[in-house]
Design a protein around this ligand. Structure first.
Ligand SMILES: Cc1ncc(COP(=O)(O)O)c(CN[C@@H]2CONC2=O)c1O
Length: 503
């Protein structure tokens, strides 16, 4: 027996004919359609199509592999995981191994500190890592995060102010949702910026209020520019409530100096802006003597009492970056500073709606903030692995920025931090015209041609924002070091041919 359909009032959007879909590109949430996320946009999609062709045996491409330099995804580019982390994770995944009857076998395969840590983490998760955890994340792990923050900054941290998250992304979106109370709300974001922010602001129907980083001054923050941007937005009726800082920067790689940071917290306090400090690259700092990482938590707690005790700050961290690179495991945290108690209650409530962050990611957060120390059985290998990854990242960052600076029409700031370089390219007028003729932005056009010629997938600067009339692209420096010279040679060959073609 067929159901008699409930009459569709004429006032509602037509779904009268049976074959018409409920969900069409015209009926879904328009804010979803406004979202752009270039890191996995056109270039990445095309790279996946080419990768599929190669997998199917295509021989008509001028390359045999795709090199994904579009995303800071180290283990996709063969960076090995940290042995200790995976040993502990393996033991927590199959607690049977921790039973006395397996002790002889396990002791041959796992160092005793890995076994000990696995037992501790299992106990902290109620010996059930398949169960939902506390909505903020496992208490013991949040205590360890607080200890990590205190040791890093020299100021107290409270585990109750810390939320473990399935990657920093979800934490950023949770906080932005809290902030965006109407479609008049604006959030200041750096240009260029990591497009999680513009994507999320589009989704939550808020105004991105851009401030431009100064490429001529190693992508430093330009306070007069911040003032102008804020004044313009507020005079247009935008309720600007927060300022996002990514430090070290993505895609720009800059590491802010303390003076700049102090100016920023004064700016935020004077203008009543919540400071969102995205610090996921805090251990990807390659010149710590000249440009050490300072957390905004430390800067706020070191400031005069009015700022120390009142500036609202949320800081984000992740297991996806650094030398850990456990992107797919989805782990991270945010720390709330000087937030109103009732608002903290709402943060908790919203974390509860999602029940809990994934537990495997939480365990990795614990390992990231509490790694093996001198005297632990695993420390020598841990130290060797992490130092090796760090040194290699630094070498590759230097090699790649040097290579781009040797290419005609390209200038590239060195990467003081993070995992990317963001070179500026002076495209010949003929190339700009050729791009327009095929309906592409000039830097998109250049990157597509690079992909077609080399299999290397980078992201056009248009995906991150850039000053009008300038063209950039972002590349990671993650390709394996033993392939790096070939990688660079291919880029140089392509670039030379491209510039010849359009000179
Ligand atoms: C500045 C910044 N914040 C947050 C994130 C999100 O990290 P989670 O993995 O913890 O959610 C990223 C990821 N970096 C993206 C992903 O790879 N390349 C990028 O530019 C990032 O670069």
């Amino acid at each position: 027996q067929r159901y008699q359909p409930v009459p569709m009032p004429s006032t509602l959007a037509g779904r009268n004919s049976a074959e018409e879909k409920v969900l069409t590109i015209d009926t879904i949430n328009p804010k979803v359609k406004n979202v752009q996320y270039a890191v996995r946009g056109e270039l990445a999609i095309k790279a996946e199509e080419l990768k599929a062709k190669l997998t199917q045996g295509a021989k008509d491409l001028p390359f045999s592999t795709i090199v994904n330099c579009n995303i800071g995804n180290p283990q996709q580019l063969k960076q090995p995981p940290i042995t200790f982390f995976r040993q502990v994770a393996a033991l927590t995944e199959y607690p049977e191994l921790l039973k006395p009857e397996h002790e002889a076998l396990v002791s041959q395969l796992f160092p005793d500190d890995a076994v000990r840590r696995a037992r501790e983490l299992l106990a902290s998760a109620g010996n059930a890592i398949g169960a939902y955890s506390h909505s903020q994340g496992i208490q013991t792990i949040r205590e360890h995060v607080a200890e990590f923050i205190e040791a890093r900054d020299g100021f107290p941290a409270n585990p109750n102010d810390i939320y473990l998250t399935a990657g920093a992304s979800t934490g950023v979106q949770q906080i932005l949702q809290l902030l965006i109370s109407s479609d008049h709300v604006g959030v200041m974001i750096p240009i260029p910026q990591y497009p999680l922010y513009t994507a999320s602001l589009a989704l939550f129907d808020a105004h991105p209020v851009p401030y431009y980083l100064d490429e001529s001054k190693e992508w430093s923050m330009d306070l007069p520019g911040l003032e102008r941007s804020l004044r313009r937005a507020r005079s247009n009726g935008i309720d600007v409530r927060a300022l996002v800082i990514i430090n070290p920067g993505n895609p720009t790689g800059q590491c802010l100096i303390e003076e700049n940071m102090r100016e920023v917290i004064e700016f935020c306090y004077s203008n009543k802006l919540v400071l969102l400090a995205d610090e996921v690259y805090q251990t990807n700092v390659y010149y710590p003597e000249q440009r050490p990482f300072h957390s905004f938590k430390k800067m706020v707690r070191s400031a005069r009492p009015e700022i120390r005790d009142n500036l609202e700050l949320i800081s984000f961290h992740s297991i996806s970056k650094g030398v850990v690179g456990e992107c797919g495991r989805r782990g991270g945290y945010f720390e709330c500073v000087n937030l109103d108690d009732a608002v903290m209650g709402q943060v908790y409530k919203m974390a509860s709606v999602n029940l809990c962050p994934n537990v495997q990611g939480q365990l990795l957060v614990d390992l990231m903030v509490r790694p093996p120390v001198q005297g632990d059985a695993s420390y020598p290998l841990y130290r060797q692995e992490t130092q090796g990854i760090y040194d290699s990242l630094k070498r590759r960052s230097q090699k790649l920025s040097k290579a781009f600076n040797e290419m005609e029409g390209i200038t590239c700031n060195s990467a003081e931090g993070a995992m990317y370089v963001f070179p500026q390219i002076q495209l010949p007028a003929k190339a700009v015209k050729a791009a327009e003729q095929v309906g592409k932005k000039p830097d998109d056009f250049y990157c597509l041609r690079m992909l077609d010629a080399t299999g290397v997938c980078v992201i056009p600067g248009s995906g991150f924002g850039q000053k009008d009339g300038t063209y950039h692209f972002r590349s990671t420096f993650l390709p394996p070091e033993n392939l790096f010279d070939t990688f660079i040679a291919n880029l140089k060959t392509f670039h030379h041919q491209f510039m010849q073609e359009y000179s």
